[in-house]
Design a protein around this ligand. Structure first.
Ligand code: DAH
Length: 346
């Protein structure tokens, strides 16, 4: 009788357990396969009497569901026990996968090197805000009203004509000199690294933001000779002994006299190359004696005190050191570029 067969198979199915994939496959073939028990019973069902069909139809369907759900449940169990087995097969004696240590940004490396050189001369580090008012960025530094740097073309203004005058993204780190001098009396001996902003179209040679390091030394009897010797020492430390320096007269509103300092080309050592445009010299910074007006603007007696200041672009120094020809590389965060600057100074 079909009913007896179903009862017997149902008992077998209920009793069946395994966590092995091959045993489960045997189960599937036996019950659910194309020549399996279910197929056989459904075939037999076709030839039973109409009376029997009525009572057996439901039983048959329940039997089929029982076999299917048993199969599905055991499938989950075998799969999870198999992945467990893979975990257990891990060879813990193999070397680990290891991960790469990041590298410092070239600008951070150069900034640190500069800070360390000046630290040997007793210079501390000071910082100021990137959003500046007109006074600290321009007026206190002796910029005349109509100076072109105050133009919208050159400066990113945030607010025009507020309580404290115009508010802008600082265009140079010289603003930090002013903040420092306003807060005390000489002696001052500090360098001031930071980011600055200018309204420039981005290209290989210009960017709308870059980094500078400002320097200030003010005390009684500070002279241009002190400026020259300090910067000469800096260049020998940074680029190696024997690097030549020269000063060319220049103009900045906040220094008098003012100069630009060149060094003998670090690439061709003065012989002439593309970098120095075959002159043998490359400019690295602007400098000068702090204009007495600036000292007075900051509440410092210009009869008693004098000082020198300088400002340099960190990108420029890094370009000379690493021969980077495109400024945009510094801010694109391309890991292939950054990975090259592994240093001992982690
Ligand atoms: N602030 C100038 C600039 O952004 C750089 C500079 C020149 C700073 C001469 C100084 C200095 O302190 O004395 O181009």
């Amino acid at each position: 009788m079909l009913q007896d067969k179903i009862t017997q198979y149902s008992q077998e199915i209920n009793a069946f357990v395994t966590d092995k994939a091959d045993e489960l496959e045997q189960f599937r073939i036996k019950y659910l396969g194309s020549k399996g028990v279910i197929k056989e019973i459904f075939d037999a069902f076709k030839s039973v009497s109409i009376e029997e069909k009525k009572s057996l139809g439901k039983v048959l369907n329940e039997f089929k569901q029982l076999a299917e759900s048993k199969f599905n449940t055991l499938k989950e169990i075998t799969e999870s026990s198999e992945s467990q087995a893979t975990v257990n097969e891990l060879d813990l004696t193999l070397p680990g996968e290891g991960f790469e240590i990041g590298s410092r940004h070239p600008l951070a490396l150069v900034r640190r090197e500069i800070v360390e050189i000046f630290a040997k001369l007793g210079f501390t580090v000071a910082e100021g805000p990137e959003i500046e008012d007109d006074w600290h960025n321009f007026s206190a530094l002796n910029f005349p009203e109509e100076h072109p740097a105050r133009d919208m073309q050159d400066t990113f203004f945030i607010k025009k004509g507020g309580e404290k005058g115009d508010i802008a993204l600082r265009t140079h780190t010289s603003s930090v000199q002013v903040r420092m001098m306003e807060q005390g009396q000489p002696p001052f001996r500090a360098i001031m690294p930071g980011r600055v902003y200018r309204n420039e179209a981005i290209s290989a040679r210009a960017h709308c933001f870059f980094h500078q390091i400002e320097g200030l030394y003010a005390d009684e009897n500070v002279s241009f000779a002190d400026l020259k010797q300090t910067l000469f020492y800096f260049v020998q430390e940074l680029y190696g002994e024997g690097t030549k320096v020269r000063f060319r007269p220049s103009y900045f509103p906040f220094t008098e006299p003012s100069a630009e300092m060149d060094i003998s080309c670090t690439i061709c050592k003065g012989a002439g190359c593309q970098l120095c445009k075959y002159s043998g010299w490359v400019e690295i910074l602007g400098c000068g004696m702090v204009d007495p007006n600036v000292l007075e603007n900051c509440g410092i007696d210009s009869k008693k005190y004098s000082g020198f200041a300088f400002g340099m672009g960190i990108e420029r120094i890094a370009n000379l050191k690493y021969e980077i020809k495109d400024l945009r590389l510094f801010s694109e965060n391309d890991a292939r570029f950054l990975r090259q600057f592994k240093s001992a100074l982690i």
